[in-house]
Design a protein around this ligand. Structure first.
Ligand code: SF4
Length: 232
């Protein structure tokens, strides 16, 4: 795929506080728009509650696997009120194939009870409230806020965003928290939601953890990662 045109004909703007050229960041965002114009969350859900649970289950698990498990889980326990009354063995049996199922069962049971007890049965719409829910750290909170409420309080940093932000030189941190803070400083807030979805798709399709498909990457000319497998 061709590299998206950057605004290189314009007068080069000064590096931002992170030392990154705004034109280069703009070129990366344009290339992501070109490659993934309709990138969306791949977790099947019908409500903020279902997305919250699905995102908790997606830790260390593929979205495809989660999507196989959630229909029966939500058929049996469709609301926070109903899931709050589920026993751990009942939940463990239903989510076993997503891995770490004992901890995840505790998290989704705890999340249901917290939402019933403290949020009147409704998934809250702020990051500060969401991260009080068992199993929901910043990544999960950002997913729910962005996808369900179109709110960008932060940037979703999962394993793909962590890896690719570093490969593209957009961040240097080694933790999701640090990388999220770095990205929030250099990317306009209006792009935070789409950026995460696009990078996650890129990580699944092209910029794989092992052997990235750099010869098929439309960011290749913007990337100087030592992990590159192809140089044009
Ligand atoms: S060039 Fe390779 S390493 Fe760089 S972003 Fe593209 S796929 Fe990833």
């Amino acid at each position: 795929m061709p590299v998206a045109k950057s605004s290189s004909k314009k007068t080069a703007r000064k590096p931002n506080s992170a030392g990154l050229a705004p034109d280069r960041i703009a070129a990366i965002l344009a290339a992501l728009d070109e490659a993934y114009p309709r990138a969306e969350c791949a977790l099947t859900h019908r409500s903020p509650w279902e997305l919250l649970v699905a995102t908790i289950l997606s830790a260390q698990c593929t979205d495809v696997r989660v999507n196989l498990v959630t229909p029966e889980l939500f058929r049996r326990f469709p609301t926070p009120q109903k899931m709050a009354k589920a026993t751990l063995p009942q939940l463990e049996t239903l989510i076993r194939t997503t891995g770490f199922f004992r901890n995840k069962a505790k998290s989704i049971q705890g999340a249901a009870r917290k939402i019933v007890a403290d949020f009147n049965g409704q998934v809250p719409q702020t990051l500060a409230e969401l991260i009080t829910i068992p199993g929901a750290a910043r990544k999960t909170a950002n997913v729910v806020l962005g996808v369900c409420f179109n709110k960008a309080e932060g940037i979703v940093v999962d394993t793909h965003v962590l890896r690719i932000a570093r490969r593209l030189g957009l961040a240097k941190g080694e933790t999701p928290q640090r990388v999220e803070q770095e990205l929030m400083q250099i990317i306009a807030q209006r792009r935070w939601i789409d950026f995460s979805h696009q990078i996650i798709h890129h990580g699944r399709q092209i910029c794989l953890a092992r052997k990235p498909k750099c010869n098929r990457c439309n960011l290749e000319q913007l990337c100087t990662s030592k992990d590159k497998t192809f140089q044009s």
